[in-house]
Design a protein around this ligand. Sequence first.
Ligand code: BGC
Length: 794
Amino acid sequence: MEYLRNVYDLLPPCRVPDTALGLLAEPLAFPAKAAVSFLYGHPSEVPYYGRSPAVYPSPIGNGSTSSRWATAYGHARAIVSQMTVDEKVNITHGWPGACVGNTGQVPRLGVPALCFADGPSGIRGQEFVSAFPAGIHVAATFDRHLMYRYGRALGDEYRGKGINVALGPVAGPLGRMARGGRNWEGLSNDPYLAGAGLGAITRGIQDAGIIATPKHWLLNEQEFRRRWSSMGDAISANVDDRALHELYVFPFMEALREGAAAIMCSYQRANHSYACQNSKLLNGILKTELGFEGFVVSDWDGQMSGVASANAGLDLVMPSAGFWGASLAQAVRNGSVSHGRISDMATRVLAAWYFLHQQTDFPPPAIYPSTHRHAPVDVQDDHASLIEEIGAAGTVLVKNVNGTLPLTKPRFLCVYGYGAPLKAGPWQNPDRYGGGYDVNFGWGTLNGTLVTGGGSGGSSPPYVVSPFQALQERVARDRGILRWDFYSDDPHAEYVNADACLVFINAYASEMFDRTSLEDAFSDRLVANVAAKCQNTIVVVHSAGIRTVDAWIDHPNVTAVVFGGLPGQESGHSLTSVLYGDVSPSGRLPYTVARNEADYGNLLNSTVSADYFPEDTFAEGLFIDYRAFYRDRVAPRFEFGFGLSYTTFGYAGLSAALADSLPPAEFPDAGVPVVQGGHPDLWATVAVVACAVTNTGAERAGSEVAQLYLGVPGSDQEGEEGDTPARQLRGFVRVGPLAPGETRQAVFELTRRDLSVWDVVAQQWRLRRGEYRLWVGASSRDLRLNGTLSILAA
Ligand code: BGC
């Protein structure tokens, strides 16, 4: 069964490489928890009680956010009021069925089983579906419009297959740990960029009539011991209230504001309370502070208790009855769970269904195992062209000397490295392209071109255009020649007539384990060996997250370097459109590439602990990724937001003004009720910043990603330590394409929330009084303009 994904269900332990053992998500098989406790005994959990605040009772959803939600709730209540307790219980847990998750049905009231499917970058395990770029690749476009179109196309495919609920997009993990195994499923470790993406993708999916499920709520920042096992309980992510809000909750707010009708709670513990029974996270932040109207679904087998999870705000358990089913019915009958709560659970599930109008004209599920003969249900549409466009827009050029790129009709190319062609045997499992954790467990690289990562977030491409295929197409068109070696780490590279040598390497990651390194010796040797012989060596790195490059980046023969991300099925076409200059690169790094892995400090690795109650304290607070590099004065190799173009851009004329003539109030208006996404005032535009961006090059059109960074009053400034990072991304616009000489305005609207900090005493977003510092530029360190904005007391 799909959800039995404990690695030990799939691989005998002896096959797991030692290097990976330390970072296994679930170190030993899953005997019943009670049996483990009985056999081995375990330390008392009582000392850990109360570390996460208790918030009860669970808020009853009421549809007050909008007339659309109100209508959905009206329909849902009318049906739920006719249901028996058993019927309510049946629709709040998973059942066996064709989909990754299937709810129960109530035929007498016309309530069908709902179909849930992975994943965030395409429908996994099905035929005639597309493989879109992964989340982290979409983030690298810094383009909200592309993010929306991505979500919409995904949603259309889900709908075409009759899937009610899409299990994505992802902003948890946010990407706190450089080596986190699932960072690539999400967007960026910057919450503003991640939020823009999560919101736009959610809107896109739901505009297609599909329930989006932003996940994993919350703090699922590492794979190692993400779940309980015979070693003990799952890792506890211990985080303070401010970092919780300003980093980890922040991106989900946008998705909620866009109407996300479901949220998936995560496996691990948060402040020592399991996320799917954490009343602070579910009843408190999600359902009270952020007014969530939809339903909370557990991560697969992530439920750890019956009554406790029901009362803490979990609404639906997957993929089976877990601790509910008949036990939940009994708990309702004996008063441990109220009738109001079980009705609320059922109402939320149905309200989401009505919110997306799935009660009318929704196609029946067309989900089949590969062994089932059936007519194709083709949902690909023209998504290949969008995939190619996003693939190119998220490609990041980080080095380009001597005008190496774009290539100008090269006649002779040498292509090296395991990352250029298709993997010889990518389909050991019909659900997985090129190695999920069950195929490729513990490897640092994929022996073939990498277009997606492993695990439930991987995609099932209809075909993959490899870089080698696309290069051959181009070279053949120009009646040129190629030489290649995809095997050796020291290829014969003495073709003195070649125009360039392209070297393809990759860095793999998957659900179920954290990465053991951000580099690997084989690939680094390969690049160095080619560069030693070929004066024009172009390196392409496809990576599921950060890949350090200092082993060879300064080699004089390495003339160009491209971070190709995880581009999906059109990989080769996206890449060649950039290499050949059909598109000028404008992708930007959605993370910091350090010079040395050690530069990430405590944020390099997951916490590896053998304690029965392992914990990971987020002592760095707000200071992750570029925020920490600034504070610690560590020079990165390539900073967050960095990426080169084939042309140059100038910035001029920064303006910054408050939207209103009266100074804004310090807090949102306490008299206005919260709606889904938080207090409505949080989304009001408080200030507008603008500047002109000009393509100052003479030859090529190109797009520029203009970025706005903000220093709030009280932040770190030269010589003065504050309580907030010196600069945080609070705006971006992909301007263009601009013709040579063309100028356009970049306009950044700053909402109340963008300017606020979370006040842990007031338990509210607070606008600090004083001077806000602003920088606009081409990356987090290439800051071209600066200014200030004063927000004074009324
Ligand atoms: C993953 C989820 C996924 C689910 C269903 C879990 O292991 O953490 O992200 O949606 O499985 O496949």
